[in-house]
Design a protein around this ligand. Structure first.
Ligand SMILES: Nc1ncnc2c1ncn2[C@@H]1O[C@H](COP(=O)(O)OP(=O)(O)OP(=O)(O)O)[C@@H](O)[C@H]1O
Ligand SMILES: [Mg+2]
Length: 416
């Protein structure tokens, strides 16, 4: 049995503040974690929950030691701060083909991780601990060309050399499966997403075109950009969990949809957009606005055949009082052969069936009347069918690829 203890910090306006103590225990057949808030943190008027669902704030009169529910190695809100497929792959390589454990992922993820959490062995200050012995993340900035090259090389070489390891400190901390890194443009924080070995279509360009389309359809989309450096595509999206306050980089608390529903990763397809609507009602501060935005995102995902709408691809940001839907991210159509499609999340009374009829039948959950919901769906259909191809063309996607992608937009063109 091994137990790792770490302090959990939350970045507030004044910088990182110790919020509580986390333990992560690994037994041969069981993994679990415990967490307790510190009294001084609970007394702060600007305190933010580390995880609003599994680790709710409480008053200082009581002491609470939280333990993860069965099957959860760590609390969802803390797991949000650790990398997924891509970062795990890099760590695996950096550790000499040893699989990083849950604690490695959390302690090694570094300053660029999503949201406002940080970790460290003492309550003095956060400290990055990497099993490959690199120490704290270097403050150096790398050019996009260097990052793109490093991301590509990392997918080809068997072992990460020192140079690559250093470069990829910028790339191993974020979530998601695709190659990516953080970068700075005009003093603002951005995420750069790169091509992946084995991609069968120009993913970066398709994501750019689709996100621009989403923005034109009135969805809440961060600033976007695109570069092609030495023949390598780079999709850029501004970070919504970072922002300049004076000359300080502020970090905003983030919680994935998984966290907001207290859901287990392996069970996402049991959840629905209606469940996310429930989280907005329970924790939201702009309920009407966010319910409407969520409905529009669901309809948009159906219309553009983005069926990778799992709970980590939905996010929430703390606004000082409660939790708002984060801006949109990771919307990528996938060409289809069959006509019948399913979303990852439930859409309406017909479950996960990806049809506008199903979305409309469940519209009441989003506080929308039938007429209003139909109007929204029609407006989105019209915009998507009229504009998708122009966005794909501007993004430099070939005619041949556009033909393949036309299958994604069939529903937007359909009469019903
Ligand atoms: N603009 C942004 N600002 C802040 N955080 C973001 C932003 N976009 C994405 N993220 C965070 O980074 C994670 C990974 O991003 P994204 O989902 O785009 O990557 P991906 O590799 O395509 O994911 P997937 O594994 O779902 O395909 C997200 O789950 C989210 O936590
Ligand atoms: Mg994603």
């Amino acid at each position: 049995m091994s137990t790792i203890r770490t302090y959990v910090f939350v970045h507030l306006a004044e910088g990182p503040v110790p919020a509580g103590l986390l333990t992560m225990t690994e037994e041969p057949r069981n993994k679990y974690a415990t967490f307790a808030y510190g009294r001084r943190y609970l007394e702060r008027p600007d305190r933010v929950a580390v995880d609003p669902v599994s680790l709710p704030l409480h008053d200082t009169g009581t002491t609470r030691a939280y333990q993860t529910e069965e099957g959860f190695a760590v609390f969802n809100g803390i797991r949000d701060a650790a990398p997924d497929g891509w970062g795990q792959y890099l760590m695996y390589k950096a550790m000499g083909d040893r699989l990083p454990g849950d604690a490695d992922l959390i302690l090694a993820s570094g300053d660029h991780r999503v949201g406002a959490l940080a970790f460290g062995p003492t309550p003095e200050r956060p400290e990055r601990i990497t099993p490959w012995g690199e120490g704290t993340a270097p403050g150096e900035e790398f050019t996009l060309a260097e990052l793109a090259e490093a991301a590509e090389r990392a997918q080809h070489v068997e072992e990460l050399d020192d140079n690559l390891r250093t470069l990829l400190s910028a790339g191993s901390s974020l979530g998601g499966a695709r190659p990516k890194a953080v970068t700075t443009i005009d003093d603002n924080a951005w995420i750069a997403k790169f091509q992946k070995r084995g991609d069968t279509f120009p993913e970066c360009r398709v994501e750019l075109a689709t996100m621009r389309l989403a923005s034109e359809c009135g969805l809440d989309v961060p600033a976007l950009d695109f570069r092609c450096v030495l023949d390598r595509d780079i999709y850029l999206i501004e970070r919504f969990d970072r922002g300049l306050r004076g000359n300080q980089m502020e970090r905003r608390s983030f919680a994935s949809g998984l966290t907001m529903l207290g859901a287990h990763e392996s069970e996402v397809s049991r959840y629905s957009y209606a469940d996310l609507a429930g989280a907005i009602r329970q924790y939201g501060t702009q309920v009407r606005k966010d319910l409407r935005e969520l409905f529009r995102r669901m309809v948009f995902n159906i219309l553009v055949t983005n069926d990778d709408d799992h709970l980590r691809n939905h996010g929430f940001l703390f606004d000082g009082t409660g939790w708002r839907l984060s801006p949109l991210y990771d919307v990528v159509p996938k060409p289809q052969v069959g006509l019948e499609r399913k979303q990852v999340l439930g859409v309406g009374p017909e479950g996960r069936n990806a049809t506008i009829g199903n979305a409309l039948a469940g519209a009441a959950v989003f506080d929308l009347g039938g007429e209003e919901a139909t109007e929204i769906a029609n407006e989105l259909k019209q915009a998507v069918s009229a504009k998708w191809e122009a966005h794909f063309e501007v993004a430099g996607i070939s005619i041949a690829d556009r033909k393949r992608f036309a299958t994604c937009f069939r529903l937007a063109k359909a009469d019903t």
